[in-house]
Design a protein around this ligand. Structure first.
Ligand code: MRU
Length: 346
């Protein structure tokens, strides 16, 4: 099943249509599909992380403009405001603004042209995932030899793209080739994308994995329990700095200290050559409640349950961090392998 798609009603062809997406806040407890026919509902889904992950956000942005073009067909001011709302719903992953703008450029050609462009964004992400899985699996085998155990962070599977995934797509391909010993998935505080979503996907694929708390990563690397770190990105800067889920930088430092490859897998749609380095990127702060609430993989709703809270506390909650380019071994996209360890640049 696709994480996100545009669905038309066979009884009402033509301009009718809506976005359907897997509600990632409900996983792993429930596989629930959200049907979205209004821009405000899409923006809420993006902000709540019902749809999340850089490539999926790009597709959501493009389909969002297709929705806006229909919803505000006779209201140019409303349309412009809706497009702006979608584009800025989350600031860090470059894909959201890119997917939104790409579809918005077709607005003067009418809603059907916008929808065609949104379909193209979706299809390109699917093709990119498939290509990255093959290229990334080849690279991991080259760097690590036969059957390594890999550590991954956050969720980079089909849930963060449309199908297949980025880093987790590589893991799935290695598993299919019989070239993987297993995976350690870091839980990814505070919203547990690793413990909830990556664990759910790896279970479905039959991959042998264990979940670890985020802070265990560097120690497990030092103890020789993994042979490489592989994860995704929300934005890759011109100098090779990688913006990704909070905790990525700590894992990169651990890999550097342990002398392990640190491999980033992301589509070209995440490479942002207009941003020179990580210092120029707005890092989303998601507020105190996600940190002070004690959510768990079996009870993600605890993040809104005051009873399961550490109590009143100030908290800082950067959702992403910047991994400096000199800690990154290689970046894998659908078109190339960029060997930062050999001085190559995006
Ligand atoms: O806050 P999220 O869950 O949207 O963050 C997602 C990540 O950081 C992923 O690791 C990232 O998008 C890479 S997946 C291509």
């Amino acid at each position: 099943m696709r994480t996100i798609d545009w669905v038309t009603d066979p009884d009402r062809p033509g301009r009718e249509g809506r976005i359907e997406l897997i509600d990632q806040t409900a996983l792993p407890g429930e596989l629930r599909v959200l049907r979205i026919a209004a821009v405000t509902d899409l923006v809420a889904a993006i902000r709540s992380l019902a749809v999340r992950g850089a490539p999926a956000l790009g597709v959501a942005g493009a389909f969002g403009v297709a929705l806006a073009a229909r919803q505000f067909a006779d209201d140019p001011a409303g349309l412009a405001a809706a497009v702006h709302e979608i584009e800025t719903a989350r600031p860090t992953a470059v894909n959201l603004a890119r997917g939104t703008r790409r579809a918005a450029e077709l607005l003067s050609s009418g809603p059907d042209a916008v929808l065609r462009e949104a379909y193209a964004v979706r299809d390109e992400e699917i093709a990119s995932s498939e290509a990255m899985a093959l290229r990334g699996a080849d690279l991991i085998s080259e760097l690590c030899g036969p059957r390594p155990r890999l550590l991954t962070h956050c969720n980079t599977g089909g849930l963060c793209t449309v199908t297949v995934g980025t880093a987790l797509g590589v893991i799935g391909e290695l598993h299919r080739r019989g070239a993987l010993a297993g995976v350690i998935a870091s839980e990814t505080r505070p919203l547990l994308q690793g413990a909830r979503l990556t664990a759910w996907e790896l279970t479905q694929w039959g991959v042998d994995f264990r979940v670890a708390v985020d802070s265990a990563g560097p120690f497990l690397m030092a103890r020789g329990e993994v042979q490489a770190v592989i994860l995704g990105a929300d934005r890759i800067c011109a100098n090779g700095d990688v913006i990704n889920k909070i905790g990525t930088y700590a894992h990169a430092l651990g890999a550097h200290r342990a002398g392990l490859p640190f491999v980033v897998v992301a589509p070209e749609s995440t490479v942002d050559l207009d941003t020179l380095d990580g210092a120029a990127v707005e890092i989303e702060d998601r507020g105190a409640a996600e940190v002070t609430a004690l959510s768990s993989p079996v009870n993600p709703a605890a993040s809104v349950n005051p009873a399961a809270s550490v109590g009143p506390a100030a908290a800082v909650n950067p959702a992403f961090d910047v991994t400096p380019h000199d800690l990154v071994t290689a970046i894998v996209t659908e078109r190339r392998v960029i060997r930062l360890d050999r001085g190559e640049k995006p």
